[in-house]
Design a binder for this molecule. Sequence first.
Ligand SMILES: NC(=O)c1ccc[n+]([C@@H]2O[C@H](COP(=O)([O-])OP(=O)(O)OC[C@H]3O[C@@H](n4cnc5c(N)ncnc54)[C@H](OP(=O)(O)O)[C@@H]3O)[C@@H](O)[C@H]2O)c1
Length: 335
Amino acid sequence: MKKRSLRIAIVGATGLVGRELITLLERRRFPVGELLPFHSGRKRASVKFRGRKIPAQAVSLPLLKTADLTFMVSSDEVSLEYGPALAKAGKWVIDDSSAFRLDSKVPLIIPEVNADRLSRHSRLIAGPNCTLTGAAVAGLPLIKAGGIRSVRIASYQAVSGAGKAALEEFANQSRAASTGRPVPAARALPRRIAMNLFPQVGSFNGHGHSSEESKVMAELRKIWGLPKLPISVTATRVPVERGHSLSFWIETRKPISPLKARQLLQRADGVKVWPEGNYPTPLEIAGSWPVHVGRIRPGTSKNELCLWVVSDNLLKGAALNSIQIAEALLKRGWL
Ligand SMILES: NC(=O)c1ccc[n+]([C@@H]2O[C@H](COP(=O)([O-])OP(=O)(O)OC[C@H]3O[C@@H](n4cnc5c(N)ncnc54)[C@H](OP(=O)(O)O)[C@@H]3O)[C@@H](O)[C@H]2O)c1
């Protein structure tokens, strides 16, 4: 079969997720003929791909339309402006913003969970919120084996989940705090994050849920195809650079022992189970591809299990998931 050589655009190529995408395109030998990197155009910037520096440019729809596939990794507003126009022009778009995730016409995809929802006619595809990815992947084999009644999640989310401005704020505050200088005020995040944590990711709605908590509930229900599933979430931002951790409680219809859960998870696609007595931490798993699971133990009843789940928010939570979607399109011969 002739090897394809594709024109690949990245909108948001100079951001945290965009830079990871570029590295993954190279590392996973994605058949890129030409890379078109776009950014806000506010400052001059370039990206490095296959040892070559490529200048990033301000977004141009005519130029984007020359690409076979566009990864959208900038903001909801930018995705809303360009995503549908590109899909209408017959181009593939993989969008990591939250703009289309709950749109019933847009597939919301984690390849290990629901690649069967991809269709050659739905050219705009959404990737999920980075917090729920670990729960979606780790929960699936348990649901398949035991059915499901409810889920509870407490998240411990890295600062990189809020983009490069938040990460810079974290670094500046940490430097100041550790050298006894005045700590810069919070701007990108709602509170000071250095030597602190807070139970707010996004803004609060009328029911008291943060936008992150609402996204996790709604997107998990869509991805698992369980629109009425009871889910309770507390999303917390913690002073960690990268890697989202979850306390994950899952109540199944049929009891599953911790030993059985361990065996099911060991066979699951995209999951790494840690040995008993050990557990993953964000620092240890940063830069890795799987969803890491440890501390598999009984919950409050024989139908409940507790798990500790950690995944790299910039990789499985964003860039890697998007590349895996693109690889699935290639495999089907649609791209
Ligand atoms: N961070 C995560 O863990 C994560 C996980 C899942 C999904 N996502 C989603 O992925 C997207 C990117 O997140 P990120 O963390 O990489 O953000 P980021 O580090 O803040 O980067 C944002 C990127 O968007 C570009 N940009 C900003 N305004 C633009 C405009 N008007 N036109 C074109 N490009 C523009 C920026 O360009 P400049 O360099 O010129 O500013 C930069 O390249 C967001 O939608 C986010 O919700 C992020």
